[in-house]
Structures are given as C-alpha cells and as structure tokens.
Ligand binder design. Structure first.
Ligand SMILES: *[C@@H]1O[C@H](CO)[C@@H](O)[C@H](O)[C@H]1NC(C)=O
Ligand SMILES: [Zn+2]
Length: 627
C-alpha cells in the first residue's frame, strides 16, 4: 500500500501525480561542502522536482483506508483551489451551493474560503496583516474537477452491507437462478460447520408468476439440501429459508406484525415476513467482533471510493454498539457514523441499557433510536389507511399496535433521544405523526429542536405532509427507492394516493426539511445514483413509466437541493451541521473531489462521474488530490 516518496519521480512533474505525502516537513538543508559539485547539482535538481511536485499534487499509490493515524497525509496547512473558476462548492448552511475558487485548511478545519487572488494575498504573501502560514501549500484540482463537502448517506446499513456483499442475488429471474448462485457461492467458499449461508437481493417481482419461493427449492439441490440457508428479499422485509432452518425452528407459531407463510395444510413454506423474521434472528449464530470488522472494512472501502464521508446507520443494533464504540476509541473509523439504536427482539425501550456516545472527533455518535412502524411496499407489508389497490381486503401490517406509539415516543423523547421511525405506508406515518404531535403538544419549536425523522416517509396523506413539515419532522428519503418502485407503486396504491408518495418536493414546498440516503444494501451504496434519481426520477437507462421526462416530474429535486440533501441537510438530520456538511469556516474539512461538475454534467453522464479523492478532518482517507 505505501510507497517511498521518491520512487514515482517523473520527467513531467507538472502533469503527473508524484508522491505520497510526508507528514512532517523535511529538516532544514545543511551544506555539504565535501560533496562533489556533480552530486550537489543532482540533489538540487531532484529536490526541485520533489518540492515542485508536492506543490502540485498529493496522491498516495493506493486508497488509504481504516486508520485515521496513517502516515500519508496532506500538509498540516493547505489550500485546495480550482483554476477553472468557482468549482469548490462550499454548500453553506444558509443556502445555495456557495461556489468559490479556494478553501483553506488548517489541521482538521476550514479556516478560509475565497478567490485564488485572496488566498495568495492573505495566506501566501501575508498581506492584510495576516502572517503567512508556515509550510503552507496550495494544491490544485486537476482540470474539470470539482470539490464538494463529503457526501453523507442519511440512511444505510453498514455491517449488513458488508455481510451482504458476500452473496448477492440481485436481478435473479427465477428461484432456480438463485439456487445456482448459492451453489456457486458454497462451492467457492464452503461454509464452516454451524455457520449459516446468508444472502441478499432476491425479488419475487422478477420471477414468473411473482410468487414467493419456498424451502422446497433448496431440497432439489444435492449440495444445498441439508445446509442452513437464509436469503433476504431485496428490501430485507422477507426471509426465505432452507428446510434445515425450518427443522431447527421446530413448531413455528404465528407472530404479531408478521407473517409465517403457510401452505394449504398450514405448514410453513419457508418464507418469513416482517416481525416473523425475529424467529430466525433468535436462532441465528451471532456475529463476532472479527465478523463485524470484516464487514465494516468492506463497507468503508466501498463508501469512501464512492465519495461518502458519513453514513447514518439506520439500524444500530444494541449488540453492535460496543464494537463501534471500541472502533471509535481506537480511532479506526475513517468516516463518520451516526447510529440509530435498534433494541433487541420484542423490546420497545432499551434506552436504559446504553448511554449516548459521542466520539470527540464526531466519528461515532449515538443519540438516536430507530423504530419500525410497518413493513415495505414490495412485499405489501406497508400499512395503508385503505386497502391495497391490487389486493382488496389487505392493508398491510403495523408492526406495533397503534396505541403503543404515543407513550413509547414520549418515553424515548423524555430520555433524550432523537426518535426516527420507519414509515412506508400512510397509516404508519399517520400513527407516528399523531404520537409526535401529542408529544410536543402545540409547541412547534420543541418539535424542531427534537428533529424527529420519518425514515422513508414513502407514502403520506397530503394533510400529513403539511403536518410533518409543521412539526419539524425530517423526511428521510431515498431517491433510488422511487426509481426502483416506480414500475409497480401505482398498481399497489392507485392514482390518488400515489400523489403523496416519494413526494420530496411537496415536502420541501410545505417548509419541511429532508435528508437523502440510499438504504444500502437495499439499493446501491453509490450516492450519485441517489443524486441522479433525485434530479431525474428516471431509471439508470433513462426510462420511467411517464417517459423520459421522469416519473411524476413535479417531485424532482433541483441539483442544488439534491446536493444539500446529501450534505448539509443530512448533517442537520444528525445534529452535526456545526461540524460537517459544508466547507465553511470553522467546520471540519470533510470533502470529496469529483472528476466532473455535479451541478452541470449532463444528466445522461451523471452516473459516470467518479470520486477521485476523499478527505475527512483535513486528512486524505481515500484517493488523491490533483490527479
Ligand atoms: C450550532 O451552533 C450554534 C451557534 O453556536 C448553536 O446555537 C447550536 O445549538 C449548535 N447546534 C448544534 C446542533 O449543536
Ligand atoms: Zn433501511
């Protein structure tokens, strides 16, 4: 991974990235009177190239991940500037994208922004009474590049993502295709005895007949028939298991807020929906910290390489909290994690089992709780006020009884937690908003201070959008969910209710605040997919049920709104708008360098834009600067 600073010398230092950076400035040169002129000249030329090259570019050979104390760092004091105009987007909290030519960094923080001329006068020449900074370096973006605040994914599942990368089933067109992929996985990496084979990503909507698969499919494979296998539907709201797991479960009861799918004789078929998944969790072998570290490593590498500097963990399991806290204390989290605590099985309140936590550098924060009100739309678990349009007599599942919510939300609020609730259906949202309204009474200021969130907020009645905005509830949206669901969502809920679905712009128009995320690994971890979906409401190949202008185009976000939703607004949704999310004076320098301009790149090229360098707390954590 590392490389001696001088090995990548080049004859064209002005255009080629050169060296990994030395953390400490070199000691002052002493004279060497005994050396020959020839050697001295060679050293001078070499030194010229090194110094010159360092002023131009800083690029480690390989992405740096994991240790924030790694040696290869940017200078202690530096500016990053664009020679192409105002291509450093500061995204100030007050609004807009705040384009400037340069941002100046001292240690972990932004200390100035402005034009190239101003930066030269003030920070290099030391006019205006400002003492020039020692060892100050100006680094330039390469032509065409831009710099934005590091992107924040306001809703993802870090450890589950890492785990899921091992066996993904996205796009399988039949149960047989799924079985083939599982067989290939088992052949390539035979599981140690006792471990479960877990995969993610199947979707019965892609199968002929669109029926849930059954455990019997595994019995057809001589390789798989006796193995414990549990495969999550793409939305995580359904598990499809093998006969070996059914056998372990023994007698299988019905579960409130969930469904054990059964055949005509009442025998479980191997499919568990929503709360019924708890039955599986109860017997699943627990993760070890070594598992967790492996999963986290996979996730962090993918996230950084896509330009993310922060993620909100939308289900921070109680049993994983000590692992994250330990990682934060050991300074092994190179990006920011904001955890939403998820209690154990059948436990509504666990705020007395763990304390808030805030790492001094803000790389791990625990002060929020995540609860689930209902299931998902794809599996018809979302709780609707009226029946599903494509399934009369069925209106989904509330995962807790309606009357539980008001006392529960009050309890968490009074114990000092931010309350974030998964709501997909309009009945779920209404129930939770009723509870929130009663918690704050008629005082909207208390609501705004508490910054409660609806995670997904996917389908809302029009009056509830207005109410949520007034209560200061943050709509935590995933733009790619809209473009994944747009092919069937209107079938599920009909032409009237669809108007309040994925209605980001309506939420903003009512004065509401939003934050944007992906729900990885349910969707891609690549934030540009969310950015593209937010501003186009088109599939990746440019289609929608309403044609190339986008699905319900009135709900599109502007590029500025989308960028804010992934930076400063996501920071606000985690109470960290004073720390990150903008490149303005006093904030941590968390930034991403892109090889194009997200604000002007044509829509059909947006998904080709690449992150080239990622900086957290002023330190390079992935890629490089200037290449
Ligand atoms: C951000 O800073 C302002 C000004 O100091 C302060 O009033 C506010 O409470 C801070 N916000 C948070 C979330 O800490
Ligand atoms: Zn989620």
């Amino acid at each position: 991974m590392s490389e001696p600073a001088l090995r990548r010398r080049t004859t064209q230092p002005s255009s080629t990235p050169v060296t990994s950076y030395q953390r400490a400035p070199p000691p002052p040169r002493r004279g060497h009177p005994t050396r020959s002129l020839h050697l001295s000249l060679a050293l001078v030329i070499l030194a010229f190239f090194v110094v010159y090259a360092q002023r131009q570019t800083v690029k480690p050979k390989a992405p740096l991940t994991y240790s924030v104390d790694d040696q290869r760092q940017l200078p202690e004091k530096y500016a990053i500037c664009s020679k192409d105009g105002k291509k450093v987007y500061t995204v100030p909290i007050e609004g807009g994208v705040g384009g400037v030519e340069c941002v100046v960094v001292d240690g972990k923080e932004v200390v100035d922004t402005g034009s190239l001329g101003k930066i030269r006068r003030k920070w290099i020449n030391g006019e205006d009474g400002q003492k020039p900074l020692n060892q100050f370096q100006v680094l330039y973006l390469a032509p065409g590049q831009t710099l934005t605040p590091g992107l924040i994914d306001a809703h993802g599942h870090p450890l589950v993502y890492g785990q899921a990368q091992q066996l993904t089933l996205y796009g399988c067109r039949s149960p047989v295709e799924v079985i083939e992929r599982v067989e290939a996985f088992v052949k390539a990496s035979p599981p140690p005895p006792g471990t479960w084979i877990e995969g993610l990503g199947w979707d019965q909507n892609l199968f002929e007949g669109q029926e849930f698969p059954t455990a019997a499919e595994f019995a057809k494979s001589s390789l798989l028939k006796d193995l414990p296998i549990s495969l999550s539907r793409v939305d995580f709201h359904v598990e499809w298991v093998s006969p070996a797991i059914l056998k372990m479960l023994g007698d299988i009861p019905d579960v409130d807020g969930g469904q054990v799918v059964r055949d005509a004789d009442g025998k479980p078929t191997g499919v568990f929906v929503d709360n019924a998944i708890e039955l599986l969790k109860a017997i699943r072998p627990p993760w070890t910290d070594a598992d967790r570290e492996r999963y986290l490593d996979i996730m962090v590498k993918d996230a950084l390489s896509k330009g993310l500097t922060g993620v909100h963990d939308a289900q921070g399991f109680l049993e994983d909290q000590q692992f994250f806290i330990k990682m934060a204390k050991e300074r092994k989290l190179p990006m920011r994690f904001y955890s939403m605590l998820a209690c154990g099985r059948e436990e509504d309140f666990c705020g007395d089992k763990i304390e808030h936590f805030d790492d001094p550098d803000g790389h791990y924060t625990l002060r929020a709780v995540k609860m689930f009100a209902d299931g998902a739309l794809g599996s018809r678990g979302a709780a609707l006020t009226d029946d599903y349009s494509d399934k009369p007599g069925w209106n989904g599942l509330m995962l807790k009884k309606e009357e539980v919510w008001e006392p529960l939300i009050k309890k968490w609020y009074e114990a000092g937690w931010q309350v974030n609730v998964h709501t997909i259906g309009d009945r779920a949202a209404k129930t939770v908003l009723d509870a929130i309204e009663s918690t704050f009474g008629s005082d909207p200021d208390r609501g705004r201070e508490a910054r409660f969130r609806l995670e997904h907020a996917q389908i809302l009645r029009p009056e509830d959008i207005a109410r949520a905005a007034k209560l200061g509830v943050i709509g935590s949206y995933q733009p790619t969910h809209a473009t994944s669901d747009m092919w069937y969502a209107e079938d599920r809920i009909g032409s009237e209710r669809i108007k309040g679905a994925y209605a980001w712009r309506t939420y903003l128009n009512h004065g509401g605040r939003i934050a944007l995320g992906s729900d990885f690994p349910v969707e891609s971890i690549d934030p540009l997919k969310g950015y593209y979906a937010a501003v186009t409401r088109l599939s990746e190949d440019g289609r929608s049920p309403h044609g190339p202008g986008g699905w319900f185009p009135a709900e599109k976000l502007t590029r500025e709104e989308a960028l804010r939703g992934m930076t400063i607004d996501a920071a606000y949704a985690s109470f960290s708008e004073n720390l990150t999310g903008s490149l303005t004076v006093g904030k941590r320098f968390d930034a991403t360098i892109w090889d194009d301009d997200l604000l002007t790149v044509p829509e059909n090229e947006m998904l080709e834009v690449k992150a080239k360098g990622v900086i957290v707390d002023g330190k390079l954590v992935w890629g490089g600067v200037g290449a």
